[in-house]
Design a protein around this ligand. Structure first.
Ligand SMILES: [Zn+2]
Length: 193
């Protein structure tokens, strides 16, 4: 609702005195406290793909923006950095919609661990946005779709350790599928009771 069509997309990149600025839609994947009282946000943006941007408490930017940048929020964001390799800072954020669905938040958190930085992908953006605006019907299907969009196809995947076809698990840390026996060997969970 109220989401502009692609041809009316509101973002733009401005280049001014070596500062690159993007005004773009973003789905907030994660927030992490950094330093004394700042937050670093992981946001999948339409314009740049996944970015990390810091909001600083020192100039009261954080207190103004925090409510618009909770994980699971679709927001219009303005991000800026001094050069192409530098760190983004969060300059503005205005939330459009927010999900409280635990399933959606789990899939978004997994997406954060899976998606590489700064690779724009409109299909991925549309999928992540749909998690916020439409929710999750089947969490398993959402994981499968996410993996496929990220270039890991569970249907063609093989276990990263033994090469077997019976995939049971995807390890975002290793970016690798595992079969059930290899997963058990790898995790060697302590037995309960
Ligand atoms: Zn295996």
């Amino acid at each position: 609702m109220g989401f502009p069509r692609p041809q009316k997309r509101p973002f733009q990149a401005c280049y001014n005195q070596g500062v690159t600025e993007h005004f773009t839609w973003g789905v907030v994947l994660q927030k992490e406290p950094v330093g004394e009282a700042d937050n670093e946000y992981s946001v999948f943006t339409w314009d740049v793909g996944k970015i990390r941007a810091r909001a600083t408490s020192s100039r009261k930017i954080l207190s103004r923006l925090a409510g618009h940048l909770e994980p699971g929020t679709l927001s219009l964001v303005r991000i800026a950095r001094k050069n192409e390799e530098g760190r983004f800072r969060m300059a503005e954020a205005l939330s459009e919609e927010k999900t409280k669905s635990a399933s959606a938040l789990r899939v978004l958190s997994f997406a954060e661990s899976l998606i590489p930085l700064e690779q724009p992908d409109i299909n991925m953006f549309a999928f992540l946005r749909s998690l916020v605006t439409e929710g999750v019907v089947s969490e398993a299907k959402s994981y499968a779709k996410l993996l496929k969009l990220a270039g890991f196809d569970p249907e063609e995947a093989k276990c990263g350790i033994c090469g077997g076809n019976e995939i049971a698990y995807f390890s975002p840390q290793d970016i690798m599928f595992l079969c059930a026996p290899c997963l058990r060997k790898r995790t060697s969970l302590p037995k309960s009771g």
